[in-house]
Design a protein around this ligand. Structure first.
Ligand SMILES: NC(=O)c1ccc[n+]([C@@H]2O[C@H](COP(=O)([O-])OP(=O)(O)OC[C@H]3O[C@@H](n4cnc5c(N)ncnc54)[C@H](OP(=O)(O)O)[C@@H]3O)[C@@H](O)[C@H]2O)c1
Length: 283
């Protein structure tokens, strides 16, 4: 566990699957879970990333396995969950972390943009949950879904993404009705450093969308929190037996100190999408 840990977690033997474990939040969560004693399976599309993380964990004496899975494909979701259950001898929980966000005004969003966003952020979550549910019913386990603060307040140009996350809320509520023996937790997450979330956003795209934020007084962007701190809160959920339906993990004022978004720019090498340089001259 990182230096910010308040508790020493003991998850010895807990059998957990993390989907979206090749980078960012999912990767950091699975590292922390495994180092707290959980037996873990890492799933995502990029095999080499998963295998590198598994090798790191195994070198530390952890029990870790990789399964390749594109959550847009139903058969791959079923196979990945089946392989996880087989490798672990059952399943006590999973984290659904995959998330994509194309910046686009709704006026410009095309069918393929909607399909891709909803397939990864919402439909994939539905397919993974359905595939895992029998095993979770048996273990009275927990499913954790990584959501975003945009469900509370969206922004111009983020509607594709925020709509998918609001849909995820509906999915979680509906599963609670159909599987009351399983705990389902939504994690509202604030801006987090050191992920690849915004890696595909180009300067021109950022400039064209964020000018709407500037005009409405919504930019400079909110603060960002350390990846380890965000992941640590998510990992702790597996130490509880129940009663955690909904949590928010948000940056604090002190996370902004020294970053100076408005003045010096927000360490753009760590989060290029929030680099203010494309905004120069925007009024
Ligand atoms: N970073 C933030 O500031 C922030 C803020 C609020 C909420 N969130 C949420 O946090 C979650 C994690 O995002 P992140 O910031 O860690 O971003 P990230 O570094 O880009 O991680 C995204 C993960 O999703 C996986 N993924 C994407 N498409 C997939 C697909 N078709 N099939 C399987 N896996 C897929 C990626 O793996 P592969 O590419 O290898 O498949 C990767 O492991 C997301 O749900 C996001 O909405 C992030």
């Amino acid at each position: 566990m990182s230096a910010v840990a308040a508790l020493q977690l003991n998850l010895a033997g807990r059998r957990l699957l993390v989907v979206g474990a090749s980078s960012g939040v999912g990767r950091e969560v699975v590292l922390q879970l495994a180092r707290a004693g959980a037996r873990v399976v890492l799933a995502a599309r990029r095999r080499e990333r998963l295998e590198a993380a598994v090798a790191t964990l195994q070198a530390d004496g952890c029990d870790a396995h990789a399964v390749v899975c594109d959550v847009r494909d139903e058969a791959q979701c079923q196979t990945a969950v089946g392989q996880a259950i087989e490798a672990l001898g059952g399943l006590d929980g999973f984290v659904y972390a995959p998330g994509v966000a194309k910046l686009s005004m709704l006026q410009d969003a095309r069918h393929e943009d909607w399909r891709h966003t909803l397939d990864v952020n919402l439909v994939g979550a539905a397919l993974i949950t359905a595939a895992a549910m029998d095993a979770l019913r048996k273990s009275q386990g927990r499913a954790v879904f990584v959501s975003s603060y945009v469900v509370r307040q969206t922004l111009p140009g983020v509607g594709l993404y925020s709509t998918s996350k609001v849909g995820l809320d509906g999915l979680i509520e509906a599963w609670r009705m159909e599987a009351p023996e399983v705990d389902l937790t939504r994690v509202v997450l604030g801006n987090t450093l050191d992920t690849e979330f915004a890696a595909s956003w180009g300067d021109a795209q950022v400039a064209s969308i964020t000018k709407h934020w500037v005009r409405r007084g919504l930019f400079p962007a909110p603060k960002m929190m350390p990846l380890e701190a965000a992941a640590e809160v998510i990992a702790t959920l597996f130490a509880f037996r129940g009663y955690v339906d909904d949590i928010a993990v948000m940056p604090r004022l002190r996370d902004a100190e020294g970053q100076g978004y408005a003045d010096a720019g927000p360490t753009p090498e760590r989060h290029p999408a929030l680099d203010t340089s494309p905004l120069k001259g925007v009024k």
